[in-house]
Design a binder for this molecule. Structure first.
Ligand SMILES: C[S@@+](CC[C@H](N)C(=O)[O-])C[C@H]1O[C@@H](n2cnc3c(N)ncnc32)[C@H](O)[C@@H]1O
Length: 345
């Protein structure tokens, strides 16, 4: 075992992630996992090192043989579930070839699917007789039993608009992400290094400063570097001594919180009670208020906007509770249907 923590706000282990996580990470201890497992495409002997010709690609990428990929995936995903806190999130980046094994690994756990994100990148490998593959899958799951972190307005305020008058917040939260891979001429890198932009996006939405972020397959430590740069704590595993010994020096140079200044500041403050649980009494009051305001305006949109301002909650949250109250009362008169129609003016 080669544990390295010197000069770093993280704890990193030059070990197999399955054994290493058993040894070093207690149950329910991690807030967020972002990880990019080996792809299992070309390797046919475990721990085979790639000898790529590219001058700056770091030798020391350990592949998993295709025949062992299913079992390997099930084992590390089982550990990932164990170490996540209830409500903790996991994002797994996967190509198409072994996606099925990752999905089956996830289905064997209690982790719940939140989104299946498509990451579209540039530099897909050129092909002439078929379409060019230029996307990865990012599987976003949450461990049940606790409140998950999703910072809805961390990057764009609710009322910020695109040039075409669309919502920037909506656009940023669509599940197809177009993010280019980074071109780093003359710099040593790991094969398949994840772009900083992609990591920052996940870290902003699904973690808070001080949270513990884990990467089971550190590679170039890109997740750890971004996490520390954003004032989170980091941990993780890399089996290759070559990659580990080089990158442990690099991660130690990252100044905690140094990326925070560069983040875009969302405009407009989120509603003051956003995210707070609703009490039964509040729900009932909102329902009564809605009946009154709908009677006044005959417009669902106006009534919802006014209530949303009054109680300091987002419009969608108010509408969700409204539907719940309607269903509870089994409101079926034609007046009731008008009041709740989707295109209610
Ligand atoms: C796809 S790369 C990760 C790339 C990383 N996300 C980055 O941005 O650089 C997968 C990494 O997992 C490492 N690896 C392979 N098997 C492992 C294992 N059992 N435990 C820990 N790391 C492993 C490989 O050596 C490789 O560096």
């Amino acid at each position: 075992m080669n544990k390295e923590a010197a000069n770093s706000p993280g704890e990193f282990f030059n070990e197999d992630c399955i054994e290493g996580s058993r040894r070093h990470l207690p149950d329910n201890s991690v807030d967020l996992i972002i990880t990019d497992p080996p792809y299992g495409i070309q390797g046919d002997t475990l721990h085979k090192h790639y000898n790529r010709k590219e001058e700056f690609v770091l030798d020391g990428y350990v592949e998993v043989p295709a025949a062992q990929y299913a079992e390997f995936s099930a084992k590390w995903i089982e550990q990932a579930e164990r170490v996540l806190r209830p409500g903790g999130s996991i994002y797994i980046v996967s190509g198409y070839t072994n996606l099925i094994h990752i999905l089956e690994g996830l289905r064997a756990t209690r982790l719940e699917e939140v989104n299946h994100i498509i990451w579209k990148y540039n530099f897909g490998v050129y092909t002439s007789r078929k379409y060019i593959s230029s996307h990865y899958h990012i599987l976003y799951y949450v461990k049940p039993g606790g409140r998950s972190t999703f910072n809805t307005h961390c990057r764009y305020g609710a009322s910020e608009k695109t040039e075409g008058n669309g919502s920037l917040n909506y656009q940023d939260r669509e599940d197809v992400w177009v993010i280019n891979r980074e071109y780093k001429p003359g710099r040593t890198k790991n094969k398949n290094e994840l772009p900083l932009e992609l990591l920052i996006k996940i870290l902003q939405y699904s973690s808070n400063p001080g949270d513990l972020v884990c990467d089971f397959f550190l590679g170039s430590f890109s997740t750890a570097k971004a996490a520390i740069g954003l004032g989170r704590r980091a941990t993780g595993f890399e089996i290759s001594p070559t990659a580990f010994n080089y990158q442990i020096q690099q991660v130690a140079k990252v100044i905690p919180g140094s990326l925070l200044e560069s983040l875009r500041k969302p405009l407009g403050s989120p509603p003051k009670n956003q995210g707070k649980p609703w009490s039964a009494e509040e729900k009932e009051q909102m329902w009564q208020r809605y009946l009154l305001l709908f009677g006044k305006y005959r417009s669902k949109k106006k009534a919802l906007a006014e209530i949303s301002d009054e109680i300091g909650r987002g419009r969608w949250s108010v509408e969700k509770v409204l539907v719940e109250m309607r269903d509870r009362r089994k409101c079926s008169s034609s007046v009731g249907q008008d009041m709740f129609s989707e295109n209610g003016q």
